[in-house]
Design a protein around this ligand. Structure first.
Ligand code: MTE
Ligand code: CO
Length: 421
């Protein structure tokens, strides 16, 4: 059995030995001959020659050696690319922020191309004064900056009936976490003057799907943001340029992109996306509806099938946890399929309804392990096992699968998506 490596037991010497071993192991055969002239004490080509000048790349791109860190699709999953999904490469990232170009995309009618000068947001329905805002109008209003995760309700949806997709990018990659800049929705609604008996709002997109969802007014007045920036720059086209709705902690579907209209009413509209879709069919034949909140969830991003273990000895296990009900307070790790649990180390900021990054450093002697992570949030909610979840939800559903993920680490370092009983 592998024992956790606490600070006292992980000597610096032990770690350095491990690192040197990895370097020597990587430089084998022909590769070693070529690389040898680059390694200290020799001087590499990149030191002998001048590098590329400033300004060649007007918009910077990652190093050509980081080709693995890209969004990927599963072609057989959907019939057309216009109504499809690409997945965040979680195995290739660290920290809590998703770079804009790597945020998963989910569209029902392709990416709308909106000229910012022609952009309008209309607020109407049960209001004293219907209003229309231009993008400049929105930018002139007081701003808020908030870091939040967005998870599609269908994330891990393929895994309800057992382990399916071999990669954290595909099992859990319909989540991203960025910093939004925009206007509080409460402020906009106050400007329009919401009637006393209003209870819901309808948010509608300007894309070809005109995707629309009903959202309780209480949520709209609580923490929603009409956002136009992500991680400092203007939203990317695929994330709803120029304006999207941010609905912290709630399923991605209600975060309407290319936001064109907000209608205030006294009851929900029962749109396609909240009747035929985004409802959770139970064993009884009844379906849960308006299941907005994304419950606490976590996943180990490394080791994982796309990020196998490269060496024995000191290893870093890392992952992400998030909860739609508030802050994550603890993440536990199991190396033996859920029999024994140890507390992981959360590092970096912990924000409300945002991803947190966790680590667990351990010594691996090459034996087979069953890796799991389990998140807990500030309401006391504990991420359930997949079996516990199936007992209350059956397997008819696609949505809201926040069960504990198991990765089987094999003696050769490869990792596989499995389930334990
Ligand atoms: N808004 C519009 N207008 N059209 C869409 O197809 N897809 C929704 C939501 N907002 C969608 C939309 C779904 S199902 C999800 S999960 C999120 O946007 C995905 O946001 P992202 O593409 O920024 O990751
Ligand atoms: Co979605």
């Amino acid at each position: 059995m592998i024992e956790p490596t606490d600070k006292k037991r992980t000597s610096r010497r032990k770690f350095l030995v491990g690192a040197a071993g990895l370097a020597a192991g990587a430089a084998t055969g022909a590769a070693r001959a070529d690389n040898a002239k680059n390694l200290p004490p020799d001087v590499a080509d990149w030191t002998r020659n001048l590098g590329e000048g400033v300004g060649v790349r007007a918009y910077g791109q990652p190093s050509k050696y980081e080709k693995d860190a890209v969004r990927r699709t599963v072609p057989w999953l959907t019939a057309t690319p216009e109504s499809s999904v690409s997945f965040t490469p979680l195995h290739a990232l660290d920290g809590i922020i998703t770079p804009n170009g790597l945020c998963f995309e989910r569209h029902h009618g392709g990416i709308a191309e909106i000229e910012p000068s022609d952009y309008r947001l209309m607020i109407h329905g049960m209001v004293d004064k219907p209003l229309t805002f231009t993008l400049d109008d929105l930018k002139r209003l007081p701003r808020v900056n908030k870091i939040h995760f967005l998870e599609c309700a269908a994330n891990s949806g393929m895994e309800w009936r057992g382990a399916q997709l071999n990669g954290v990018q595909y099992t859990h990659g319909m989540v991203h976490c960025v910093q939004y800049t925009g206007v509080s929705l409460k402020l906009l609604l106050e400007q329009a003057g919401v009637k006393a008996n209003a209870k819901w709002i309808l948010a509608e997109g300007g894309d070809a799907a005109a995707m629309n969802r009903s959202i309780p007014l209480a949520k709209a007045l609580n923490d929603c943001i009409v956002a136009y920036r992500s991680n400092g720059e203007m939203l990317r086209p695929e994330q709803g340029y120029p304006v999207r709705l941010v609905v912290p902690g709630w399923e991605g579907n209600v975060w309407v992109k290319w936001l064109r209209r907000l209608k205030v009413g006294d009851q929900p509209w029962f749109t396609r996306e909240e009747t035929s879709k985004y409802t959770d069919l139970l064993e009884s034949g009844k379906a849960r509806q308006f299941t907005f909140v994304m419950d606490a969830k976590s996943v180990i991003t490394s080791p994982s099938p796309q990020a196998p273990c490269k060496q024995k000895g000191f290893n870093i296990l890392s992952g992400l946890a998030w909860s739609g009900r508030g802050k994550i307070v603890r993440v536990d790790i199991s190396l033996d399929g859920g029999r024994n649990w140890r507390t992981a180390r959360i590092d970096g900021p912990v924000f409300d309804k945002a991803c947190v990054r966790f680590y667990y450093e351990f010594d691996w002697n090459g034996e087979a392990l069953l890796l799991q992570s389990r998140a807990m949030d500030e309401t006391g909610y504990v991420q359930p096992s997949k079996d516990a979840l199936r007992k209350i939800r059956s397997v008819n559903s696609i949505y809201h699968n926040n069960g504990i993920q198991t990765w089987a680490l094999k003696p050769d370092g490869e990792v596989e998506n499995v389930e334990v009983g």
